[in-house]
Design a binder for this molecule. Structure first.
Ligand code: PLP
Length: 393
């Protein structure tokens, strides 16, 4: 059977692929340590689960408005006011099935064929594929370890064309953990306003920042910047709720309406009970976020020195999210592999440690390790990596 070109032009998510392979090995009885996960290893806080249970028992199991319950929009509006001082109206908010879905709706609503979206590399694997699915063209800007994987206006000047529609900023970043400061965002925002470009600000790791680093949203710079920005966020990472599938966008009302129209003919509303859970998450106590943040910070500070001590490995210390993104090309060469992806495959086969090759993030000399697992597991994984290196050098 011949499938549509759009199905053939995208590559499956490499992060999900490695997790699937690791799970397969686990199911066959192997003691696999998975450092591929893109989700917190904590349970959803109990009061959030209770809110969902109560909602289901109270009969809130029916369709809701496609863009989400008004009460959830209000909880999101309150969160945005509390955390960033933003003022948004209900018609400027859409709730979708996770931030991933919201981004999908955004590109569908925004892009005409051959419209370009500037995406700094390394990037989260779905951005480029979602742009392509919407008929757009991802224009990636390669960044370097030296520049802490951040773009500047000079990079944007080189990448912008008459077809550029939007610039994507993901801070804290998956996979690098880097955070843009207010000072770094200012010229980028100015550039976007001058060229009338939509700013897409993926803030899903907002709450997970470490060692005194601070999150700053580009939309906080001014009202004119905010007017051109689509703020994307959700409960997946902040409240350890990846499976509930609730994310949102806050933006210009006309754009939100266009996204809502597309949702209304595709997915309709996100699961009603998940929406009630998200209301509790945003309106309830926020202490569990800090507990989780501290655990991630401790893991990062424990594991990072060990990682950069490995021969042939360099890594900028992440400021947020829960990933490390080391360059291991010299190490992979020293181990006799022709590419980092082969090194990753051999590590999983021989030592049963799953990490994600950097190729899917646009940087083939790197790997991504997630520290969303216990310190014990992380220490064991590094022991195994050290053993692997000894065997191959
Ligand atoms: N944006 C980034 C940078 C991510 O890493 C992820 C998930 O891994 C998402 C968005 C999607 O999150 P959600 O679970 O809300 O769809």
């Amino acid at each position: 059977m011949q499938f549509a070109r759009r199905a053939e032009m995208i590559t499956p998510s490499s992060t999900l692929a490695i997790t699937a392979k690791a799970n397969e090995l686990k199911a066959s009885g192997f003691d696999v340590i998975g450092l591929g996960a893109g989700q917190p290893d904590f349970n959803t806080p109990e009061f959030i689960i209770d809110a969902a249970t109560e909602a289901a028992q109270a009969g809130h199991t029916k369709y809701t408005p496609s863009a989400g319950l008004p009460e959830l929009k209000d909880a999101i509006i309150k969160k945005l006011k509390r955390d960033q001082g933003f003022d948004y109206e209900r018609n400027q908010i859409i709730v979708g099935n996770g931030a991933k879905h919201v981004l999908y709706l955004l590109f569908q609503a925004l892009l005409n064929p051959s419209d370009e979206v500037i995406i700094p590399a390394p990037y989260w694997v779905s951005y480029t594929e979602q742009v392509k699915l919407a008929g757009g063209v991802p224009i990636t800007i390669e960044t370097s370890e030296r520049d802490h994987f951040k773009i500047t206006v000079a990079d944007l000047e080189k990448a912008v064309t008459a077809k550029t529609k939007a610039v994507l900023i993901n801070s804290p970043s998956n996979p690098t953990g880097m955070i843009y400061s207010k000072e770094e965002l200012e010229p980028i925002a100015e550039f976007c306003v001058k060229h009338d470009l939509v700013i897409i600000s993926d803030e899903i790791y907002e709450k997970l920042v470490y060692n005194g680093n601070c999150f700053f949203s580009i939309a906080q710079l001014s009202e004119s910047v905010k007017a051109q920005t689509v703020v994307v966020n959700g409960v997946s990472k902040s409240h350890s709720m990846t499976g509930w599938r609730i994310g949102y966008a806050a933006a210009d009302a006309a754009l939100i309406q266009a996204m809502t129209n597309i949702a209304s003919h595709s997915t309709s509303n996100p699961a009603s009970v998940s929406q009630y859970a998200a209301i509790a998450a945003y309106n309830g106590p926020q202490e569990s976020i800090e507990t989780m943040r501290q655990a991630f910070e401790q893991r990062l500070n424990t594991i990072y020195p060990r990682l950069v001590n490995l021969p042939g490995v360099t890594c900028v210390k992440p400021q947020g999210a829960f990933y490390l993104f080391p360059n291991i090309r010299p190490l992979s060469d020293a181990c006799g592999f022709s590419c980092v992806t082969d090194w990753v495959k051999a590590l999983l086969d021989e030592e049963k440690v799953a990490v994600v090759p950097g190729a899917g993030f646009g940087m083939p000399d790197y790997i991504r390790l997630s520290y969303a697992t216990s310190l014990d597991n992380l220490e064991k994984a590094l022991d195994r990596i050290e053993h692997f290196i000894k065997e191959h050098t």
